[in-house]
Write a protein that binds this ligand. Sequence first.
Ligand code: NAD
Length: 445
Amino acid sequence: MLKEKLGQAIDQRKAKIGVIGLGYVGLPLIVEFCLKGFDGIGFEVDENKAKQVNEGISYIVDVPSENLNKCVEAGHLVATTDFSRLTECDVIVICVPTPLRKTKDPDMSFILSAGEEIQKYMRKGQLVLLESTTYPGTTDEVLLPMLEAKGFKLDEDFLLGFSPERVDPGNPQFQTHNITKVVGGVSSASTEVAAKLYGTIVDSVHPVSSARVAEACKLWENTFRAINIGMANEMARLCNALGIDTWEVVRAAATKPFGFMPFYPGPGIGGHCIPLDPHYLSWKARQHGFDSQFISLAEQVNSSMPRYVAGLVRDALNEKEKSVKGANILILGVAYKKDIDDMRESPALSIIDLLRSRGANVYYHDPFVPEVTFDHSYTIGDGEPLFSRELTDELIRETDCVVICTDHTDVDYGRVCDISSLIVDTRNALSEDFRKQSSATIIRL
Ligand SMILES: NC(=O)c1ccc[n+]([C@@H]2O[C@H](COP(=O)([O-])OP(=O)(O)OC[C@H]3O[C@@H](n4cnc5c(N)ncnc54)[C@H](O)[C@@H]3O)[C@@H](O)[C@H]2O)c1
């Protein structure tokens, strides 16, 4: 039987693992499998990424080139743009992007295109797993019919399931191996084999009764974050209106050992997950006549934060009898969160765009991001690309307002406090000591 055969191949590390999409999710995953003794083939549409993988060069912060190189040199890992090699794999894991269309509806084109390649090259005896975040029902409603259209039968000829990826890029404490893996198959045999497979690379696997439960679990988790960040952002604005220190309040509330979990305000939300995933859930809910109001409200609050921050900059400059127009504004940190290079959906881009549209001269420093480009269909400012500037004393001195958008660790905030005249800190990056010693006007969220 297929279940036993694949199970045995996994136990003996003889199952060949194919991963489609070698990005933030797919590359760490395939490297983890290869480090555990499996052979892996990474499938990419981006020739340059495939080439770098084959040269042992990592382009993902959480994957040290040393580990990648070890897998490549030992002959355990190869990357290719040739999808006919899917036939060689016993397991195929899909890790392609799931963006939104401009209308905020799910863009399923990447999953569909990966599904079409699998349909073309699949053979009997394979386990197919989807890891891309998507709405509940995708594995059953989209992938299953594609694989069955080939005349193959579930459980007899192939197994199919969903396992959400929970990796948090840049998080040194939690990485693939110590994050529990939720697994839901479209059949119980699929769940069992998928759980066995993931059990080889993670400390703990949590099987659920269906792919839909696993899909919904991921969206629940990320919607929880989006809503709680939305609440933190609203509380920050409320505290600001009442003249209370937001950060002191949240620090105090976090001392409660139960019933409270701290979330922090910021300039908005970014990355490929939190701003997008809740829309996958609300889109599916709408198809069933359900209006998810929490999701809409969180979206409204979070997406208004860049405008709020631009307003803080305008008001702070005004106090100094300066206008935004013509002001030199230094954005400190443009990545969507600290210590990574990911710019996707970063609120810093909106803040730069808003300030430029009002005539400010905006430049930035980010140790992780050498260049930023702007999507012209969204910009209201000039949309010119920007390059990270060195954080010199002269640069800080000629700046009218420093805006801390990302609290990267590797920035000398003491020096920024010493030299600046005006700082808007959206991340509470400046310690109390720095603030006390500084003669700058410091505005915090
Ligand atoms: N980045 C995260 O922190 C994170 C965390 C959890 C879940 N996810 C989810 O995982 C999925 C992948 O996200 P990511 O951040 O790794 O995206 P990514 O853009 O970093 O990587 C996706 C890769 O897939 C490749 N690709 C696109 N279409 C392809 C195709 N048809 N065949 C082969 N390769 C293809 C792209 O070239 C890219 O390298 C998304 O659904 C995302 O929501 C991401």
